[in-house]
Design a protein. Structure first.
Length: 350
């Protein structure tokens, strides 16, 4: 089954899981129940990726060879664990945090993706908003997906996500924030734990920090089985939108910066008044869809081929900041955020 919406966070996938489960039951009631054995499910996964995955070409991956290496090891009577291991062996070389395997709950197997631990959990050891509240800024205000406040002479704005809502709602929130941060000589814009959302929303929000217009991304989508089956390229542009904040900006990124937060980063990297600090982003830009396999397991599939303004792909690689540095978990426990401090020093010296 497929959703037309983009689900980029683990929480989002589990919300969709309920929907897929419902429709999966409906399909069984209305039509013939497909074979649920391991061999059929491995073949179905191969076919779904062959038709929908958008990055075999840019990553130089031979999907047929990966399937050929595993299809002979799985039969109709193979166990869930054997199937799980075979699927992971095929999916791991994709190096794609938007590719996720969701075994059925009764299998006892953990959700799998390259950025999850053995228990199916994404470990955040690089950022803690509570540290910023308790040790740097104090009281943060919140509106929509934004947390903000003054940090000395600087503004601080944390964007939790880019939810798929009307631009007017985000615009109203940003108007309020800009008004309250009007005395700030610069802005720390923190998206270190932003797992994404909707690309058009990220584009709109980026425009509120833009001083110049221009292209920042080229995108095409897979639209058929086999090689070369893609939509035409679409060029995305950033442009100043509404009231803008164009004083110096320090953009904070990390491995928790994913998907639409990465396309947001691509957009802001075109702006001369923006300098980035922190860690490399996740390298998971593409939209994705969710599919159900014959055995009831779910897989998410990246359908896009996303490139920067120079048509270079950063999928599986991530975007490097202008100033690379990271806070360790040990430092965060003591209340120190070295990335925030470096960004503040830079802006205060502007």
């Amino acid at each position: 089954m497929e959703s037309n919406n983009t689900y980029r966070t683990v929480a989002g996938y589990f919300l969709l899981l309920l929907t897929v489960t419902f429709f999966g039951c409906e399909k069984t009631l209305l039509g013939e129940d497909p074979s649920r054995d391991a061999k059929s499910s491995l073949q179905a996964m191969y076919q779904q990726f062959d038709q929908h995955y958008g990055m075999f070409e840019v990553k130089n991956i031979d999907w047929d060879a990966l399937y050929d290496a595993k299809k002979g090891t799985i039969g109709a009577q193979s166990t869930d664990r054997e199937l799980y291991n075979a699927m992971i062996a095929m999916l791991s070389p994709l190096n794609d945090a938007h590719v996720t395997l969701y075994p059925a709950e009764q299998s006892g197997l953990a959700t799998w993706s390259i950025d999850l631990n053995g228990e199916g959990v994404f470990v955040n050891d690089f950022f803690d908003l509570k540290v910023i509240k308790d040790h740097y800024i104090g009281q943060l205000k919140s509106t929509g997906p934004f947390d903000y406040g003054m940090f000395g002479k600087l503004g601080y704005l944390h964007i939790r996500e880019f939810p798929d809502q009307k631009f007017s709602a985000h615009g109203k929130a940003l108007d309020q924030i800009f008004s309250e941060l009007k005395t700030a000589k610069g802005l720390i814009l923190d998206i270190r734990d932003n797992a994404g959302g909707a690309d058009p929303v990220a584009q709109y929000v980026a425009g509120r920090f833009a001083s110049t217009q221009g292209p920042y991304m080229h995108v095409r989508k897979k639209n058929g089985a086999g090689k070369g089956k893609f939509s035409d390229w679409t060029t995305w542009e950033i442009q100043p939108t509404g009231e803008t904040f164009t004083r110096p900006i320090a953009l904070l990124t990390e491995k928790g910066t994913q998907s639409a937060a990465e396309t947001f980063t691509l957009a802001l990297k075109t702006q001369q008044h923006v300098r980035s600090f922190g860690g490399k982003t996740a390298g998971a830009f593409s939209d994705n869809i969710l599919k159900e396999l014959p055995n009831g397991w779910l897989i998410s599939i990246s359908v896009g081929d996303y490139r920067d303004k120079n048509r270079a792909s950063h999928e599986g690689i991530g975007l490097l900041p202008d100033v690379p540095l990271s806070s360790s978990r040990a430092e965060l426990v003591t209340g120190k955020d070295r990335v925030l401090e470096a960004a503040a020093t830079y802006l205060n010296n502007k």
